[in-house]
Design a protein around this ligand. Structure first.
Ligand SMILES: *[C@@H]1O[C@H](CO)[C@@H](O)[C@H](O)[C@H]1NC(C)=O
Ligand SMILES: *[C@@H]1O[C@H](CO)[C@@H](O)[C@H](O)[C@H]1NC(C)=O
Length: 266
């Protein structure tokens, strides 16, 4: 019995650790389709992916490997036309109740109205760190690059090489930072018309279905070297935040009567 248990534990340990990858990956074949049978399509020898939503189902994928730090790039062309009520998400997440998560969520809109890019960072199960942005281009007209950089020192979300958000490692000030739980990369499209567009007032127009987001240029690089934003990147980040940020939890004092979260004032 005891030997069996040890063997079992050892086997689980080996399986779990072999899933944490330290190389690179650039094929959608490195993903599993997790839901939306037939609504997620990996095409073109693994070079492109499409995720669709209709009245029957949304769809989603997850990376086969887990990563502890890395840089994740995806080219994405969002649902065109009237996409109100739909949400397309690209995020890293670990498992379990105290999970870590780094999110990009694209909230659709009526034709001609701008998408909202919603971002969040969860550490040890706690989020409430939303920042939202507009984009400086039409994300449905062409493919654009969306990246998540996750190192020991910092997390940076970028759009076409422009950093839009940084979450620094401020553990020395008592702010938890994701660094122990391996994460997988996920993407999905679903109906969120109870909240996504103008607080849920605009509903999904199902006569426009299927709603399809297209993906290509996937690249994941398990990256152990430290990387910080240099002054040039800090300037770009400030430019985006000054001109395109539409919500910042750190400026929402009403939400935090006990005082702003520590990272906001650190
Ligand atoms: C996205 O990245 C790829 C690869 O680095 C590059 O060829 C392409 O021009 C980029 N697209 C945009 C819109 O910046
Ligand atoms: C949709 O467009 C309206 C009008 O410009 C804007 O107020 C809203 O923030 C946009 N985005 C969402 C997700 O509702």
């Amino acid at each position: 019995m005891a030997t069996n248990a040890v063997t079992f534990l050892l086997a689980s340990f080996l399986t779990a650790s072999s899933l944490v990858v330290s190389g690179r990956s650039n094929q959608f074949q490195d993903f599993d389709i997790t839901w939306g049978d037939g609504h997620a399509k990996i095409l073109d020898d693994g070079n492109t992916l499409s995720l669709s939503l209709d009245t029957y189902s949304g769809s989603g994928i997850q990376s086969k490997h887990s990563y502890l730090f890395g840089k994740f790039d995806m080219q994405l062309k969002l649902v065109p036309g009237n996409s109100a009520g739909t949400v397309t998400a690209l995020y890293l997440s670990s498992d379990g109740p105290y999970h870590d998560e780094i999110d990009f969520e694209f909230l659709g809109n009526l034709s001609g109205d701008p998408y909202t890019v919603h971002t969040n960072v969860y550490t040890q199960g706690k989020g409430e760190r939303e920042q939202q942005f507009r984009l400086w281009f039409d994300p449905t007209a062409d493919f654009h690059n969306y990246s998540i950089l996750w190192t020991h020192e910092t997390i940076v979300l970028s759009v076409d090489e422009m950093p839009v958000r940084e979450f620094k490692n401020l553990e020395r000030k008592g702010v938890p930072f994701p660094k122990q739980q391996p994460m997988r990369l996920y993407s999905s499209i679903w109906n969120a018309d109870e909240w996504a567009t103008r607080g849920g007032r605009v509903k999904t127009d199902w006569s426009q279905a299927p709603f399809t987001a297209e993906y290509r240029g996937y690249n994941a690089e398990a990256e152990w070297r430290s990387e910080m934003l240099d002054q040039y990147d800090e300037d770009k980040l400030r430019w985006v935040q000054d001109n395109y940020m539409i919500y910042d939890y750190c400026s929402d004092g009403n939400r935090f009567p006990q005082g702003l979260p520590q990272e906001c004032t650190a």
